[in-house]
Design a protein around this ligand. Structure first.
Ligand code: ATP
Length: 267
């Protein structure tokens, strides 16, 4: 079933011609799939681990939704694999949101790299349409961008971020961390902080979630064009077609080790 087919409305949702135009139908469809996954007997240890990580992440998102109203919550989204998983989990958690009717779009913020990949920007555009994102975009340094975002979205108090433990500065983070001093003040929420690299990919592939095509070309973490390369750990063997750059690296999901994820990044 396509993701964006309209569904008959509930009582409080924005309704046009009898159809719910909020994100609820999308949330309900995603939650049905994720809940079905959580109820199955997973076939591999990796999928069992993904089930457990999913339960923990949904719990963290639910407590964020208890602590803050939806108007006060945003998502830091750049089209990367980790925030993609986080976005899907946020939408799932919203399927049972009871505080009030869901909006038509989700608050989100994207800081555009000084040298963006066209594939990343295109995938972000696709995400905006598929997942109904109200995405604010800023082409400026991270700190200034978040300050501008908070100035322009005065209600936002908490931002969900897809940082994981092995990312730079991820080591000592918890599920809820106020920003460091010197940064614009907001609560950073880290529902996938303890997910391993392989678990992120297992989730994406199990649910067949479309992802940025650069990952199929050996990129394992996405920055800008000047500081991001295909991951050398994924360089294909001698038999590969060397004429074709996109075929000389294996896809990102074939990498297993967390520590090798950023070998294609210069920082
Ligand atoms: P990948 O590591 O494959 O690029 P990712 O972008 O999701 O995936 P990181 O680059 O490690 O993960 O970044 C961690 C998180 O920080 C992201 O998931 C996202 O929530 C946030 N983030 C990073 N860069 C940006 C950005 N330019 N704009 C908005 N959010 C960002």
């Amino acid at each position: 079933m396509p993701l964006c087919v309209p569904t008959p409305a509930d009582d409080n949702a924005p309704v046009i011609n009898g159809y719910d135009t909020s994100i609820l139908p999308l949330c309900a469809r995603l939650a049905a799939r994720v809940n079905a996954f959580l109820e199955t007997e997973a076939e591999t240890p990796l999928l069992r681990a993904v089930q457990e990580q999913t339960r923990v992440a949904l719990g963290v998102i639910s407590s964020a939704l208890d602590r803050y109203s939806l108007d006060e919550i945003s998502l830091s989204y750049n089209g990367g694999k980790d925030c993609l998983v986080l976005l899907i989990l946020l939408l799932c958690a919203l399927a049972t949101y009871k505080k009030h009717a869901l909006p038509k779009q989700l608050h989100s913020v994207y800081i555009i790299s000084p040298h963006p990949f066209k594939e990343v920007d295109a995938f972000v555009d696709e995400s905006v349409a598929t997942y109904n994102l109200d995405l604010a975009r800023y082409a400026m340094p991270m700190k200034a961008a978040f300050q501008r975002y908070l100035d322009e979205h005065k209600k936002v108090k908490a931002i969900l971020v897809g940082t994981r433990r092995t990312d730079p500065h991820g080591q000592s983070l918890t599920h809820f961390d106020i920003t460091d001093s010197g940064w614009p003040a907001f609560m950073r929420v880290h529902p996938v902080i303890d997910w391993h690299y392989a678990e992120i990919w297992a989730f994406i592939r199990y649910f067949e979630i479309p992802y940025c095509p650069l990952y199929d070309q050996g990129y394992t973490s996405l920055g800008g064009t000047t500081d991001t390369h295909p991951n050398p750990a994924l360089k294909a063997g001698e038999g590969s077609n060397k004429e074709n750059q996109s075929q000389s690296f294996r896809p990102a999901y074939e990498l297993v080790e967390d520590h090798a994820e950023r070998l294609g990044r210069d920082w």
